[in-house]
Design a protein. Structure first.
Length: 104
């Protein structure tokens, strides 16, 4: 699992039938800032994840990728590589808050 921020959405009117009705979001992975370790910073990558929870733009989310993305009841029959499995409320590192949803 890793942390990502939702940066947008994808609309695809033509796709395989099993994907109909599934929300696709553009997500950007984040990592802990290396030197001070007091903030999350982007990795500079983006990819598409299926949203099963109702995440919105700028939400920080938990992502799982690869075959693990197909292990939820909602995604077990989908041809996907990434899924949002949680919407993050807080992140604490070394007893310090580096992210709080209600403060963003």
């Amino acid at each position: 699992m890793f942390i990502a921020r939702v940066t947008g959405s994808v609309v695809s009117t033509q796709k395989v039938g099993s994907m109909t009705g599934h929300k696709l979001l553009v997500v950007e992975p984040y990592r802990l800032e290396g030197e001070k370790r007091n903030s999350l910073v982007t990795t500079g990558r983006t990819f598409i994840a299926v949203d099963t929870l109702g995440a919105g733009e700028n939400d920080f989310v938990l992502i799982t990728q690869g075959s693990s993305a197909r292990l939820t009841p909602e995604t077990k029959e989908l041809p996907i590589d990434a899924v949002i499995i949680g919407i993050i409320d807080t992140v604490h590192i070394d007893k310090h808050s580096v992210y709080a949803r209600n403060e963003s």
